[in-house]
Structure formats: structure tokens, C-alpha cells
Design a protein around this ligand. Structure first.
Ligand code: SF4
Ligand code: SF4
Length: 540
């Protein structure tokens, strides 16, 4: 019999087929984006609340089914699916309440009559949510618990799959991703938080960006005055690729493995090298206006701003946790990096740009702990009980960055540094004004440890299957539409089309292409207010 381990991330889903007899990973499949419109957790929440949680749930289940189908095994041979992720993704997957996660602040929740939900572990028949799509008639779905309503199974995973909970020295763990979960432990106190870093940290939302997948530039290194690109191959292993001149884009030496785009870790590497070599004079200003990695892959000043906002949000949240824990920066002994971005990034370059603390004594990279916990739950019958026991016992103080005055001060400095060209001297000057300790200038070199080399262990000889065809078509009746096609013309992603259907005028949206409710250009441009992007239904 088989099991499926699944990690529902904000920027994409990963699934692994496990042989439950041998406990071996047989196949790995992943998506290159999230199936809901938009690229961050706020977009997903907004979409679900605006158009209906049931529609968001159906779109997610559709993608889950597509991932399972790529494994090409008899569905009756799949006996369990363990699913890990943050509380929003897991709630949408189960079609359960999300409003307590959408509205921060007790007063707002009280006004709206929303109670915090306890997200307990659940085991239920897959047929309940998969229905009759792929015939998982003998399969159970296992969902691990959350600690508190906003501290989910992914946060538990990053604490359990590292030695964070046993550490006696001050330790910070960060699950790098679009929504970066993090926790700090000082003595027996644990403080959790999360930074809405945004899509650039995973290579999305930048002009030539892509998620970590085959063809993605995951690292860049200096060879004389040229840059050697490192690209992920079909089994997600990092391989040397083209040697390029970043000033002209000339390819000095080609390689079998061709770069297709750049992922977040590659972007961090480019920023670090460009800052080191003077190609970035002061972010976001580029000496030659852009960095060119081949004829078609370029990094613009706008990309640097986007990457900087993501790096800045993570650094500001990490600094906030350190301050809230009452630590001096240099007292931080351990920094743990998890998640795909935390696995593939060169930690020296992450330190250089600031997404990983420079002043920590030891930096350890652990890999995708969320997927790893899902695998453990499948292959170890006692693991779920262990997770439940921990979720019941553990006491954490959760810090909402959105309402933290300390976070706001740090993030203001980060924004000025990355988007306005402010130097570090001025950054520290503002910290003094804010009565916050200045960032240390560092000379000590931390000890570096890499525990997992890639994101899909044991899948080395298997090509990872990329599922590109995700999302669904949804439609909305366009009452009073004059067929001017302005909505189509205005849409930056060609995600909308007008047509007549069964005697009515409708618009159809591709949820895969659509930028989400944060865009709404189609709605705003419509001269007769024929569409609202609310009253939509999934195209049958
Ligand atoms: S214009 Fe409309 S359909 Fe196009 S990306 Fe924006 S919200 Fe989506
Ligand atoms: S912009 Fe409005 S009126 Fe024009 S085609 Fe689109 S929905 Fe119809």
C-alpha cells in the first residue's frame, strides 16, 4: 500500500508517494504556484472570503487531485494522505472556518462575531473531500493539529524536525517562504511570529522569477569577473550551468543545463554578488540599470525593490523576536533555516543581504520540515500522537507583526534601505532614534551546518513531476455587459474573457493566471459595472 505526504505551501504544493512497506519515497510531484489567484496569503484569504470558502476549497482539492494523479497508481492502493501546512492552507483544504485567521485583533473579531477556532488533529475519509474525483475509497486523510489558532502544523514541524525544542542556548528558527514562520527560544520561553515576506522570496513577483523547480537558477558564484549560474535539474539537484557576464548578458560558456528563470535563492545570490562587486551601488540602484544572466533573464531595479521588501520583512520580524525575547543580537547562538528557500540558499549570501542573522554562532539548514513531518506521520504510527501531545503541552507567545510597534520601526528602516537607497549608517541612526539597539558590525564567522542537501530526499534518481495545469475556470454573469472587451484589454495576465453562453453574457476567469482580488483591474475598468468578481461559480 501507498501513502501520500503533502505540503500545502503558500507559493505551491509538494507531494510525495511513499511505499508504506519500505518507507521509501517513490515519486515527488510539485506545482510551480498556488492554485488560488494571487501570490500571497492575503490574496488567498481575500479570495476565499470574497467569493466563498467552498469555491477556494474546490480549487485547492482540484490541484491536490491533479498531484495525486501524476503518481499513476491505483487509487485503491493509497491508504492514507498526511497533509501539513499553515492554518490557512489546511483550513481551506478541509473547507473549515478561516475568518478568525483573516481578521486580526480582538475588537474586530468581536464586532464581526468571530471566535478563534481550535484546530485539532483530524483523521477523516478522503472520499469526504475528494468525492468521486479519483476514487480514493479506502484512504484516510490525516491533518496534524495547530498549537494556537494562528500557530499551525508547519510551525510545529519546524520546531519538531530540528532540535529547537531541546536547545538550551538562544535559538531562532525560520521557515523561509512567502509567509515566513519563525520562532525564538530563550530558556523555556518560546515566541512565535510570521512575516508576510511576499512572493519574491520564492522567486515569484519578479520579472524572470520562478519557484524552485527544474531549470531554476538557485545560486550564482563568482569566477573571475563572470558569474557561474547554478541551476536545479530534473531531480532538484543543484548543477553548474552557464558562465555569464552580468553586465552585458553575454554567455561566456554554455552548459547542458539551461537556465529558465530565477528562484528566490538565486535572487539572493545575485543581490549578494552585485552588492559585493559594486554592481549594486546602493539598493535598489544598479550600476548598469540591470543585471543580465543570459539573453532572456534579467534583474531590474524594480526586482531588487521587490526582493528587498521580502528580505526586509524577514529581517525586521527576526529582529523583533530577538528584541521581544530580551536578547542582545550577539547572544543569539543558533539560527535554523527550513523550507525550500532555507535549504537551497547559500547561507553566506543570505547573511550578506540580511535574510539570515550575521551575528549568530551557528547556522543550520534543515530542509522542508513541513513535508518531512507529513512523511513521518505516514510512516510512523506513533508520530501523530506525538505531534498532538506536543501541541497540547507547548506554550508559546505569539507575536502579531501587524500590530507590533517594534516590527513597524524595523520595517520602516528596511523599506528605506531597500527602496530609497538609505545606507546602513542612517539605518542605525534611525534605530537609535527609535530607542532600538543598532545592528552589530560583525567579524566572527558562524559555524555552518547543512543537514539536508535537497528538498526531496531519496528522490535523486527520479525526475520530479511538475504540475503546471492548476487552477480552474470560474465564471460570472455579466449583467448589462456591452461587450466592449475593456476588461480583457486591461487584464495584465490575459486571465479573463467575455462570451455569450446559453443566451447570457458571462466573463470567465482563469484562477491560475489571475493576480487575485488585490488586482481587480477588470472590475474597475468596466464602464457599466457589469462584473464584481464576487458572484462567481466554478465552470462545470
Ligand atoms: S484584471 Fe481581473 S482577471 Fe485579470 S489578473 Fe486582474 S483581477 Fe485577475
Ligand atoms: S468591461 Fe464590462 S462591459 Fe466591457 S466587456 Fe468587460 S464586463 Fe462587459
Amino acid at each position: 500500500m501507498y501513502g501520500i505526504a503533502m505540503d500545502l505551501g503558500t507559493s505551491g504544493f509538494r507531494a510525495q508517494l511513499i511505499d508504506l512497506g519500505t518507507r521509501q519515497i517513490i515519486k515527488t510531484s510539485m506545482t510551480t504556484k498556488h492554485p488560488l489567484p494571487g501570490a500571497n496569503i492575503t490574496d488567498h484569504l481575500d479570495f476565499a472570503i470574497t467569493v466563498g470558502e467552498d469555491i477556494a476549497h474546490e480549487i485547492i482539492i482540484d490541484t491536490v487531485c491533479k498531484l495525486i494523479t501524476t503518481f499513476n497508481v491505483d487509487p485503491l492502493q493509497i491508504s492514507k494522505i498526511a497533509v501539513c501546512g499553515n492554518p490557512i492552507q489546511l483550513s481551506l483544504f478541509q473547507n473549515s472556518e478561516i475568518r478568525d485567521l483573516a481578521y486580526a485583533g480582538k475588537n474586530m473579531q468581536k464586532r464581526l462575531g468571530i471566535e478563534n477556532i481550535e484546530r485539532q488533529a483530524r483523521i477523516f475519509p478522503a472520499s469526504g473531500i475528494i468525492k468521486n474525483r479519483i476514487g480514493l475509497d479506502v484512504c484516510a486523510v490525516i491533518v496534524p493539529p495547530a498549537v494556537q489558532h494562528e500557530v499551525g502544523a508547519d510551525a510545529l514541524a519546524m520546531m519538531m524536525k530540528t532540535d529547537f525544542l531541546e536547545q538550551t542556548a538562544p535559538t531562532l528558527v525560520t521557515d523561509y517562504g512567502t509567509n515566513a514562520e519563525m520562532a525564538i527560544k530563550v530558556g523555556n520561553r518560546i515566541i512565535t511570529g510570521s512575516a508576510a515576506a511576499g512572493p519574491a522570496i520564492e522567486g515569484q513577483g519578479v520579472s524572470c522569477g520562478m519557484l524552485a523547480g527544474p531549470g531554476a537558477i538557485s545560486d550564482v558564484n563568482l569566477e573571475g569577473k563572470y558569474w557561474r549560474l547554478t541551476v536545479l535539474d530534473e531531480s532538484m539537484t543543484s548543477r553548474p550551468s552557464y558562465l555569464v557576464d552580468p553586465c552585458s548578458g553575454d554567455v561566456i560558456e554554455r552548459a547542458v543545463l539551461e537556465p529558465m528563470g530565477i528562484t528566490g535563492t538565486g535572487l539572493i545570490a545575485c543581490l549578494a554578488l552585485a552588492m559585493q562587486t559594486g554592481l549594486i551601488e546602493r539598493p535598489p540602484r544598479l550600476k548598469y540599470g540591470k543585471l543580465m544572466l543570459t539573453e532572456g533573464i534579467r534583474i531590474s531595479e524594480n526586482d531588487i525593490k521587490e526582493a528587498g521588501k521580502a528580505i526586509g520583512a524577514i529581517r525586521a520580524a527576526q529582529l523583533t523576536l530577538i528584541i521581544e525575547a530580551g536578547l542582545a543580537y550577539e547572544e543569539l547562538e543558533n539560527t535554523y533555516m527550513t523550507g525550500a528557500s532555507g535549504t537551497y540558499v547559500d547561507p553566506w549570501k543570505a547573511m550578506y543581504v540580511g535574510s539570515c542573522p550575521k551575528y549568530s554562532g551557528r547556522i543550520v539548514q534543515f530542509g522542508n520540515t513541513s513535508l518531512s513531518l507529513a512523511r513521518d506521520i505516514l510512516t510512523d504510527d506513533s508520530k501523530l500522537a506525538e505531534v498532538i501531545d506536543l501541541a497540547n503541552k507547548i506554550k508559546v507567545d505569539h507575536l502579531m507583526m501587524a500590530t507590533s510597534a517594534t516590527f513597524k520601526k524595523f520595517y520602516t528602516c528596511e523599506l528605506s534601505f531597500w527602496t530609497e537607497g538609505m545606507d546602513m549608517e542612517s539605518y542605525n541612526h534611525f534605530l537609535k532614534i527609535y530607542k532600538l539597539p543598532i545592528l552589530p558590525s560583525v567579524s566572527a564567522e558562524p559555524q555552518m551546518v547543512k543537514c539536508t542537501l535537497d528538498d526531496a530526499p531519496d528522490a535523486k534518481d527520479q525526475n520530479i513531476r511538475i504540475v503546471d495545469d492548476i487552477g480552474v475556470m470560474v465564471e460570472e454573469e455579466a449583467v448589462g455587459c456591452i461587450m466592449c472587451h475593456q476588461c480583457e484589454i486591461e487584464c495584465p495576465e490575459k486571465a479573463i474573457s467575455n462570451m455569450e453562453k446559453d443566451g447570457a453574457l458571462v466573463v470567465m476567469y482563469s484562477t491560475q493566471k489571475c493576480l487575485g482580488t488585490a488586482c481587480k483591474r477588470c472590475v474597475n475598468v468596466c464602464p457599466v459595472k457589469a462584473i464584481n468578481y464576487r458572484d462567481i461559480r466554478i465552470l462545470s
